[in-house]
Design a protein around this ligand. Structure first.
Ligand code: ARG
Length: 479
């Protein structure tokens, strides 16, 4: 069955051994990219006079048909997509099929196909990530004024706004997304023409081949070009980075929507209930999104462990790395998609959120005002406010106890309790934040609008690259 076996080995390949070693199942992911690589290779051979144009046409036609109608079940004794392609091309033109491995090996071809598919999936994933980021930013814009507590140690820390919290997540996810472009520089290099391991005497123009496949350059050393999968590790690490950002966002949704916090309401369409306890509303989408980071990390670890302790030059171990990447991309893409769908119908329970910002939350800003208005040093002001917070929490704060506390710091009768409590209105506090990047509504508005622009620009760049790749693919296949 296999076109490669004749000669050196008996033609029979044990079926279990074939199924065990075949990559055909997950090669579906790189079918199109591998067809592209083979089409370009044949074209270049034709340009060099090593293949007639009629034979080329026949082979290209067969490859186009294969792409449109990939067989459902493939005999594992064909080994992989490369075996399949050579078989299909040979059936259309024996000469063309027979020339596929002239100056090209499965080793450089598969490395190229993985890079081609990886860059495409990375760009598509980034576009999906941008959908989520945009949803967060738009929601943030709706809520630049909505008072919401910020936490540290998961304890109420300071009054902020819901828009500010959401923008924080969006900023982090956008930083992840922008990294995709740097990563692309690492991925988008051509191993083609490296052949099996040392290069080849066949008439191969590596630079031209790289250009026709949409690569930005070549990976020069043939040995490294065929063996290295570091770009997969980098990409998996990148996916893990984004998955972690997503996980932290999801965790906050779970926490804020719990009855204990009660600060947000997740949409019913994205929640489930209990089969036993009918009062319950479970944040299941957020829970699954929260845990995807673990699944992505699992794929990263698997890939990393396979890649250690390998010698130079292709080994079949390498084949097992690639599906880990596709799994991780699948998981993350689905997560971005469903979260982007859920975010627009998130509801804030504004009254509860504001309540969670009432005194003594915001004491740090009261201390700041004592510094500004009465020249106390901050530590003294902090101590004074700590005593007031304690009175508040013990329900013992009234005008006399307040004045008594002030007197201890030489401020007796300089301020009424009412004035002090007015200082602590959450709206006033939030409006008083004056630093770059604070949760002051005007600042959040500025950041969100700027980031919406960054989203639009990155989306444009990703789409343009995808379109360019698509055009190159079509011209390689004469579509
Ligand atoms: N199926 C292989 C992979 O995915 C293709 C390369 C096989 N090369 C070889 N020399 N057996 O990596």
């Amino acid at each position: 069955v296999s076109v490669f076996r004749r000669g050196r080995l008996g033609e029979r390949f044990d079926l279990d051994a074939a199924a065990y070693t075949s990559s055909l199942d997950f090669d579906r992911e790189i079918l199109r990219a591998t067809i592209w690589v083979n089409a370009v290779h044949l074209k270049l051979l034709c340009e060099k006079g090593a293949l007639g144009s009629e034979e080329l046409e026949k082979a290209l036609k067969a490859l186009r048909r294969l792409e449109e109608n990939p067989p459902e079940k493939i005999d594992p004794r064909l080994e992989d997509v490369h075996g399949l392609i050579e078989k299909v091309a040979s059936e259309a033109s024996e000469k063309a099929g027979g020339m596929l491995a002239y100056g090209k090996s499965r080793n450089d071809a598969v490395a190229a196909a993985i890079r081609i598919r990886a860059r495409e999936r990375l760009l598509q994933l980034t576009l999906q990530q941008l959908q989520l980021i945009e949803a967060l930013l738009k929601k943030a814009l709706e809520h630049v004024e909505t008072i919401f507590p910020a936490y540290t140690h998961l304890q109420r820390a300071a009054p902020a706004t819901f828009g500010f919290i959401l923008h924080g997540h969006a900023q982090r996810l956008l930083r992840n997304a922008e990294n995709a472009e740097t990563l692309l520089n690492r991925i988008n290099l051509s191993p083609m023409g490296a052949a099996a391991v040392v290069g080849t005497s066949a008439p191969i123009d590596r630079l031209r081949e790289a250009e026709l496949l949409g690569f930005d350059g070549v990976l020069e050393n043939a040995l490294d070009a065929t063996t290295s999968r570091d770009f997969l590790l980098m990409m998996l690490a990148h996916l893990f980075d984004s998955a972690t950002s997503l996980s932290n966002l999801a965790e906050e949704m779970v926490v804020y929507s719990s009855s204990e916090f009660g600060l947000i309401e997740l949409p019913d369409e994205f929640s489930s209930t209990s089969s036993v306890m009918p009062q319950k509303k479970n944040p299941v989408v957020a829970e699954i999104a929260r845990t995807k980071s673990a699944e992505v990390l699992g794929e990263l670890v698997k890939a990393a462990v396979i890649l250690t302790r390998l010698p130079g030059g292709y080994s079949l171990d390498l084949q097992q790395v690639t599906p880990k990447l596709w799994n991780a991309v699948d998981e993350l893409e689905r997560s971005f998609k469903v979260m982007a769908k859920m975010v627009p119908s998130l509801r804030v329970r504004a009254e509860e959120a504001r309540k969670a910002c009432l005194p003594p939350v915001g004491m740090a800003e009261a201390a700041n005002l004592l510094v500004k208005n009465f020249g106390l040093n901050f530590r003294k002001a902090h101590q004074l406010c700590a005593l007031i917070a304690r009175l508040m929490l013990e329900n013992e704060l009234d005008e006399p106890s307040f004045q008594k506390t002030l007197s201890g710091f030489g401020l007796g009768n300089k301020l009424t309790l009412r004035e002090f409590l007015e200082w602590m209105e959450p709206e006033r506090i939030v409006a008083s934040y004056s630093t770059l990047g604070s949760s002051n509504p005007r600042e959040v508005e500025r950041m969100v609008n700027r980031d919406l622009k960054r989203v639009g620009e990155l989306r444009m760049r990703c789409s343009e690259r995808l379109t360019k790749f698509e055009e190159l693919y079509c011209s390689a296949l004469n579509l």
